[in-house]
Design a protein around this ligand. Structure first.
Ligand code: ZN
Ligand code: ZN
Length: 497
């Protein structure tokens, strides 16, 4: 029997209002504000058709020039990657010191937590390395068998001296990192590069999702259960929880400022104000959404005749996760956010627009620097550093990896012959997306990126694009998204729906 979410029934009108695509003028206003706030004046978001958005150059860009940087709306490091890289939970910069990064990783490795086998740091495309038997996608959790086979373990004392700062590695002062700031809620799971990042994260997302003693969640025990379930099934639930927490906290802020204005006129609103909830939801409303269980692609090993069962199982999994989240952070005034319909659409938004969050590792830079030293210095340094490199093995260069939603980048259309790419330059050391021109771009031209590996065979490219909601006829070998307009209904042309 099909499970029924009571909130879906109770709040159907409000849910429909939240899921209604925002009007084109509202979308335009949102992006214009965003672009001016980010000071990336060289671009403009244009809308064609009901859902089609595209990003256009407002000025000429030379090859390899920065087009814009995009701050994520919501993002998270993959749980398995937390063993490899200690980064700020808000801006995703590496924190601590080279010694702490190496020591912590070796320490966690000796605890048997294993280093994840993924080292796709150079890739900006979406997840392609899902486990064969993992039907839910995005599952990057602890792979015990992932540790490199060719590592040489170190004595515990050598690891400890790195962790507690007794041992300074040669030349590590050339790679200074911000010192670690703890979570104000004392959870010992979130760490920051600065007080500013700690406070911003707390106010925007974390105060409801912190498992520490100062958490503002209704049940820390419930929260722990929710997190455990997400880690065991699909870490995309953690991202969805962040989106919900973000909306609740915005709603409360709007309501508080609304009330303080109302007090002056002596009228007080009681209960939920639906218009405030809509306003709080606005940044999330901009992202294109479909229900997760409707848009997730059918795994290869599942027969088409079992498709309905598969989609039903995905829906059930989301429902289980939602009930755990509800126990942890439910807010009656924001009840529609806890409907399965909204939860499914938020997860679907990440499924359709998910972009990799990648930050290069300073540990990699450090070992490359040692390797590049002139001969006598190199030999001297390697006497100390080599055992650590051997202990880390091939995975020494693992970067910070996660998933994020970038509002501007999500407006960019795909082309198999793109004129731009997501690329981190030497100075880009945090979780922002950086878009660089691949060739000269003229004012008025659409800026496109490739969502997939352009060298893949045609059928595979189409399969990947189908996941993103592209129409199949698109991107025949080398077609730019423009130019195909006469051939296909223009609403669909090269645009994400
Ligand atoms: Zn930070
Ligand atoms: Zn915390």
């Amino acid at each position: 029997m099909e499970l029924v979410c009571p909130i879906d029934q109770r709040c159907s009108d409000q849910i429909a209002a939240l899921l209604r695509p925002p009007s084109p003028p509202l979308v335009q206003e949102y992006f214009e504000q965003l672009i001016s706030k980010r000071q990336c004046q060289g671009i403009k978001v244009k809308q064609n058709g009901e859902f089609g958005k595209g990003l256009f150059a407002e000025t000429d860009f030379e090859e390899e020039k920065l087009i814009f940087k995009d701050q994520m709306l919501v993002g998270a490091q993959h749980p398995s990657n937390k063993i490899d890289c200690l980064v700020c939970s808000y801006c995703f910069k590496f924190i601590g010191s080279i010694e702490q990064q190496i020591g912590r990783r070796l320490y966690l490795k000796t605890l048997g937590m294993g280093i994840s086998s993924h080292n796709g740091c150079e890739s900006n495309s979406s997840d392609e390395d899902e486990d064969e038997d993992d039907h839910f996608g995005h599952n990057h959790h602890n792979s015990q068998n992932g540790a490199s086979s060719s590592t040489i373990p170190l004595p515990t004392t050598a690891v400890e001296s790195l962790m507690n700062g007794e041992l300074a590695l040669p030349y590590s002062n050339k790679f200074p990192l911000p010192s670690i700031v703890s979570c104000p809620g004392r959870c010992e799971e979130a760490f920051y590069c600065s007080k500013l990042c700690a406070e911003a994260d707390w106010d925007l997302f974390h105060c409801l999702l912190c498992t520490g003693e100062k958490s503002e969640s209704c049940s820390r025990k419930g929260l722990l259960k929710f997190i455990q379930h997400a880690n065991e099934t699909n870490d995309i639930f953690l991202l969805a929880a962040k989106a919900i927490s973000f909306t609740i906290l915005r709603y409360r802020k709007f309501k508080a400022s609304h009330l303080s204005k109302q007090e002056k006129t002596a009228s007080i609103i009681l209960g939920t104000d639906p218009s405030l909830l809509l306003e709080a939801w606005k940044p999330i409303s901009i992202g294109h959404k479909r229900r997760w269980w409707d848009c997730i692609s059918l795994p290869d090993d599942i027969d088409a005749s079992d498709e309905a069962t598969f989609r039903g199982q995905i829906r059930e999994l989301a429902f289980t996760s939602l009930q755990l989240l509800k126990e942890a952070i439910f807010d009656k005034e924001c009840e529609p956010l806890f409907s399965l319909e909204i939860y499914g659409h938020i997860i679907g938004m990440f499924e359709l627009n998910n972009l990799d969050l990648v930050v290069a590792s300073p540990v990699e830079d450090y070992f490359l620097y040692i390797d590049d030293l002139p001969h006598p210095e190199k030999k001297e340094a390697e006497k100390i550093t080599q055992p650590y490199l051997d202990a880390l093995g091939e995975d020494y260069s693992i970067c910070c990896q996660g998933t994020a939603f970038f509002p501007l980048q999500s407006c960019m259309n795909h082309s198999c012959c793109p004129n731009a790419k997501a690329f981190k330059r030497e100075e880009d050391r945090d979780g922002q997306a950086t878009i660089i021109a691949l060739r000269p771009i003229c004012k008025g031209e659409e800026v496109t990126i490739s969502y997939i590996d352009e060298d893949l065979p045609f059928e595979e490219r189409q399969a990947f694009l189908a996941d993103y909601g592209f129409r199949f006829q698109l991107c025949m070998d080398g077609w730019a998204t423009k130019g195909s307009e006469e051939l296909i209904d223009s609403n669909w042309t090269g645009s994400k729906r």
